[in-house]
Write a protein that binds this ligand. Structure first.
Ligand code: ARG
Length: 373
């Protein structure tokens, strides 16, 4: 942890002028946070949010113009599943009362029931196809799920003090995929494989990139291709960053490879900024199985822990609630940034909100004035 200590000392000594050197200029889109609609924001999305936000601050400081893009996961076959689940087991009142909780319940139930009833998967595929074809009922449900989820996400971003320049997510790419598929066809890059259309990446030693399923449905990769091209055309970037978990390493390597195959040399300016996995009690988290750490809850518990410690140690402090809020949230953010980016770590809230050692509360305590991470 020597590095963190040195950096902190340097920042404390140089204060506002730390890193004033002008290193570059130009637009740098940062794909960050990017949670999935109808699912809770995870600790992984927190990592992406705070790392992305810090990168944006550093880039600004050294002369670049960061563009913080929240590439919402608001499209894909999971919406077919969600529509089927909602129509079978959902309640409008429940979704209105606590959207993410109930939408997640439907999603988890879908996966559990589909194990014994595979026909549910066919229904889900059909509903996603309807959504892609602009069907009115499917679109209405999708818009509703999206709006309710986004409200919840924005509440969390307010707590974290993070904002975005764009919320253009996967769905925004809907009308931008056809030209990409046409370009791939024109350049003879699309191949058929078991009815699906792929780009062969053997030459790169990678698995093929899946562009279109046999039923014509597009994929995560198809949308990311359109998004990369859109960002290049729209922002004329010097670098394009993607702050996304290590587990998507191959996806971003494929994305770059396909763009290079298309002759887009600028793909060399695309950088995946990976980070390690957060586990709970040594176990990997999985939304599908409902095994998630809810970020919302973590932040609340961190504030509660801070409050208890303040009450015990500084019972005379006047604005205890306000301080607990800053200390609790700051502790979670600081802990995330302090950990070596590519390392995985087990999340232990008690350790995160400790008042002694290399923790957010300690840094806030030793630095004069309000410290915002
Ligand atoms: N929504 C995705 C997830 O939660 C992350 C998206 C990352 N960005 C991207 N351009 N693929 O896993």
């Amino acid at each position: 942890m020597a590095f963190a200590q040195d950096t902190l000392t340097a920042i404390a000594e140089q204060g506002e002028h730390f890193g004033d050197a002008q290193a570059g200029s130009g637009n740098v889109p940062i794909d960050m946070s990017s949670p999935n609609i109808a699912k809770p924001m995870s600790m992984g999305h927190l990592r992406s949010t705070v790392i992305g936000n810090s990168l944006a601050k550093i880039l600004t400081k050294v002369g670049y113009t960061p563009i913080k893009i929240n590439y919402l996961g608001d499209w894909g076959t999971q919406f077919g599943k969600l529509i089927v689940a909602y129509k079978k087991w959902g309640s409008e009142a429940d979704v209105k009362a606590d959207p993410i909780k109930h939408l997640l319940e439907y999603y988890v139930r879908f996966h559990a029931e589909a194990e014994t009833q595979p026909e549910l998967d066919d229904e889900a595929r059909a509903w996603f196809k309807k959504l892609e074809d602009g069907d009115a009922e499917a679109t209405k449900l999708w818009e509703w799920f999206r709006g309710e989820s986004l409200k919840e996400f924005k509440r969390i971003y307010d707590v974290l003090g993070v904002d975005f320049d764009s919320y253009n997510g996967e769905a925004f790419m809907n009308d931008k995929m056809d030209p990409v598929i046409r370009e791939l066809q024109d350049k003879h890059l699309l191949k058929e494989s078991q009815g699906a259309e792929i780009v062969d990446l053997d030459a790169y030693g990678m698995n093929p990139a899946l562009i279109r399923k046999s039923d014509g449905a597009t994929l995560y990769m198809t949308r990311d291709l359109a998004a990369a091209i859109y960002r290049h055309d729209h922002y004329d970037f010097t670098q394009s960053l993607y702050v996304v978990g290590m587990e998507q390493k191959e996806h971003f390597a494929q994305l770059k490879a396909v763009l290079l195959e298309m002759g887009h040399e600028w793909a060399n300016d695309i950088h995946h900024i990976p980070f390690g996995l957060i586990t709970a009690n040594g176990k990997k988290l999985s939304t599908r199985k409902g095994n998630v750490i809810l970020l919302d809850k973590v932040l609340q518990e961190a504030v509660d822990l801070a409050k208890a410690q303040i009450a015990a140690k500084h019972p005379d402090l006047e604005n205890q609630d306000e301080v607990a809020q800053a200390v609790g949230v700051g502790a979670v953010v600081f802990h995330d940034l302090k950990s070596e980016r590519k390392d995985s770590f087990d999340f232990n809230l008690e350790e995160v909100v400790r008042f002694e050692g290399e923790t957010g509360p300690y840094v806030q305590y030793t630095t004069p004035g309000p410290t915002v991470f």
